[in-house]
Design a protein around this ligand. Structure first.
Ligand SMILES: NC(=O)c1ccc[n+]([C@@H]2O[C@H](COP(=O)([O-])OP(=O)(O)OC[C@H]3O[C@@H](n4cnc5c(N)ncnc54)[C@H](OP(=O)(O)O)[C@@H]3O)[C@@H](O)[C@H]2O)c1
Length: 263
């Protein structure tokens, strides 16, 4: 394990991933940044090298491609880079009636949100367990706690992330800490990519990505299993547990624009 702290961050070209990179760099972490878009990764890397004097490696990769995690890990091994923290943040959603999902896009989402995230956690979790220390953050969503009609497969992918993270928190304790970060709506690239145009109430609960990143990293360093970002989101998750699951699902349907889709 490196003497300096080194964090591998997926989805670091935009939104929450950028905020996580900035937050970890401020805390003295060297970084490995990955996403598909190389130019924004290089810009962020240069900015953080200049402003915070941290070492930053860029390794662009399309994690929706089967085998991409093994390829990325091999590239990083070739450069002698062994992360002491894994931040599995890359993900996207599809906001549309499930039966209208494009099959290739659905497969890519599940590959990214579920399969590659699991592979990342397995590859680096095993190494951290052998080394006797490490941190893993898996980025889920408040969508993980209930069914989310119109974002159904996305919500199900985040329920997978939450469940896997809770299991790994127990399996890898006490030496490797595993934390699931569950943000609510943030004004990032997520909405445009997913085709998600939230209602006014959801927009009012939006937190800046920088704040969500700080909440997530604080929780990771404290060794918490699950953190829901923000008071309003915590209240929504708590309330969704008190009402019947199908009532919660119908409320989520309205929040995603239920009824407004032409078929
Ligand atoms: N924003 C929200 O409202 C919200 C709420 C709850 C949870 N989340 C979760 O937060 C995480 C970050 O999302 P965000 O809000 O920051 O959205 P974002 O701004 O769209 O960022 C998504 C990141 O994932 C990367 N990514 C997408 N497809 C990829 C692929 N095939 N291979 C590798 N990287 C890929 C993107 O980079 P490239 O396009 O360059 O590949 C980008 O860096 C996601 O897991 C999301 O589900 C978001």
């Amino acid at each position: 394990m490196n003497a300096r702290k080194l964090a591998l961050i997926t989805g670091a070209s935009s939104g929450l991933g950028v905020a996580l990179a900035e937050d970890l760099a401020r805390r003295g972490y060297d970084l490995i940044l990955t996403a598909r878009s190389e130019a924004p990764l290089q810009d962020l890397a240069e900015r953080l090298r200049q402003s915070l004097k941290v070492a930053v490696t860029v390794a662009a990769s399309d994690l929706s491609v089967p085998g991409s995690v093994a390829g990325l890990a091999a590239r990083l091994d070739g450069q002698g880079l062994q992360p002491s923290a894994l931040i599995a943040n890359a993900g996207f959603g599809i906001n549309q009636p499930f039966v209208d999902h494009d099959p290739a896009r659905l497969t890519a989402m599940l590959q990214l949100n579920i399969v590659s995230l699991s592979e990342m956690a397995r590859v680096y979790g095993a190494r951290m367990a052998r080394a006797g220390s490490g941190h893993i953050m898996l980025v889920a969503s408040i969508a993980a706690f209930q069914a989310t009609p119109l974002l159904g497969a996305y919500g199900a992918s985040k329920a997978f992330v939450l469940s896997l993270g809770e299991a790994l928190h127990v399996e890898l304790a006490p030496k490797v800490g595993v934390t699931v970060l569950c943000p609510g709506f943030m004004e990032t690239g997520f909405g445009a990519v997913a085709g998600f145009n939230p209602n006014e109430m959801t927009r009012r609960t939006a937190l800046p990505a920088a704040k969500v990143a700080r909440i997530g990293v604080d929780a990771m360093l404290r060794g918490e299993a699950v953190v829901v970002a923000g008071g309003a989101n915590k209240a929504m998750v708590a309330a969704s547990r008190l009402i019947p699951r199908m009532t919660a699902a119908r409320i989520a349907y309205k929040a995603s624009g239920g009824g407004s889709f032409k078929r």
